[in-house]
Design a protein around this ligand. Structure first.
Ligand SMILES: *Cc1c(COP(=O)(O)O)cnc(C)c1O
Length: 391
């Protein structure tokens, strides 16, 4: 596994963390590729998570835009998003390593929910770190996490969102490093986490490739939203070597990239260090990490996975930013045309259709990764007012 992608990646953690990361690397390479681990995971993904997820031809949306649009239905997974693919795999790895407890950070609550679910299933103790602002935005997920038997640790430092929750989770992990496994929820963090998460999420792209082949289609463009970047890299990974496929990552522009209220890391950030990795970071002139804003709690992150920082640098993936208003319009359009309520995060990817489609000269095949469902977002959608700052 690559430890760095160009200058991005690495391990920027305190001394005590290094040995745990070494142990993790060794365990992952040894266990995750064994036959019994693979078959156990495969059966959990099939019968518990509900994979494979459909690649759905969105007929009405296609008619609306004049191109063939397919949705990869990660929203149909158990717990409502792609997060479970990775959470269940890492929890299984933790169990095989003999760990008794798993911990996780969460923003929108989807990763907390997925991790608490995996912990319940596999009989592991579980603690979730969540910022107080996010706890308020995503109350239903917090209640679900508690009902599943996990403890929720409220974090009230800084902006009280995902960044602070991640910092607290890393700290707690380092304090209990012998018995505890840290289940990271996105393709971020020190090596080998981004690689592990990419490995476990790459099932999305693998399935998509097979499903396209089966119907005799080839994707011209694939679009996914990018917070830390796990659903996007999970979708893109299998297509990276096929240069005929245009890969597009969509970040959150919040109130606009020319305001201080956005989370458009690759569009506006610079090289820096956050949460144990060297990557692109939103920062001020002193190198302090900037506060971020987006209507979507899941994209509200001032860093991005190092593999995306690299793919941005080498221009293999193009990254754009979609603002809150455009996102809500796209969400409503999918509801009306297809009867699917998408997550606010996924709606950023959908919103890019509005920009891309009019520029295409020939009829194209476009796949959008529908990373999650919108049930958790009903409150944010219904109370949305243009230009308002949430959290
Ligand atoms: C968490 C989440 C995201 C953002 O995380 P990535 O790691 O960038 O995929 C996107 N969509 C949904 C539905 C989420 O829950």
């Amino acid at each position: 596994m690559n430890r760095y992608y160009a200058e991005f990646g690495g391990q920027f953690v305190p001394e005590t963390g290094i040995s745990a990361l070494k142990e993790l690397e060794k365990a992952f390479l040894k266990i995750a590729f064994q036959k019994d681990f693979k078959s156990e995971l495969k059966s959990l993904l099939k019968d518990y998570v509900g994979r494979k997820t459909p690649l759905y031809y969105a007929k009405n949306l296609s008619k609306h835009y004049g191109h063939d649009i397919y949705l990869k239905r990660e929203d149909l997974n158990h717990t409502g998003a792609h997060k479970i693919n990775n959470a269940i795999a890492q929890a299984l790895l933790a169990k095989k390593m003999g760990k008794k407890k798993i911990i996780a950070e969460t923003g929108a609550g989807q990763h907390g929910l997925a991790t608490a679910t995996a912990a319940a299933l596999l009989g592991l103790e579980c603690e979730i770190f969540m910022g107080e602002t996010d706890v308020k935005r995503q109350e239903l997920n917090v209640q679900k996490i508690r009902l599943l038997g996990a403890k929720v640790n409220l974090i009230n430092t800084g902006l009280k969102t995902l960044k602070e929750a991640t910092t607290a989770a890393i700290q707690s992990w380092i304090n209990e490093i012998e018995t505890c496994f840290y289940v990271i929820g996105s393709a971020v963090g020190p090596y080998p986490y981004p690689q592990i998460v990419t490995h476990f999420q790459s099932i999305i792209g693998k399935e998509t490739k097979k499903q396209l082949k089966k119907i005799g289609k080839k994707a011209d463009y694939i679009i996914a939203c990018v917070g830390g970047g796990s659903n996007a890299i999970g979708m893109f990974y299998e297509f990276l070597n096929d240069k005929t496929v245009g890969l597009i990552g969509v970040e959150a522009a919040g109130l606009g990239i020319d305001t201080p209220y956005h989370a458009a890391t690759l569009t506006k950030g610079r090289v820096g260090i956050i949460h144990g990795m060297k990557t692109i970071v939103l920062q001020d002139d002193y190198g302090n990490i900037l506060p971020v804003h987006s209507i979507s709690a899941g994209l509200d992150y001032p860093g991005v996975g190092p593999i995306h920082a690299y793919l941005h640098k080498v221009k293999r993936v193009k990254y754009y930013a979609i603002n809150d208003d455009e996102c809500i319009n796209a969400l409503k359009l999918l509801c009306k045309l297809e009867g699917i309520i998408p997550a606010i995060e996924s709606s950023h990817a959908l919103a890019y259709l509005e920009k891309l489609c009019p520029t295409l000269k020939e009829k194209s095949v476009i796949v959008v990764n529908l990373s999650g469902r919108g049930d958790k977002d009903m409150h944010s959608v219904l109370s949305y007012k243009k230009g308002e700052i949430y959290g």
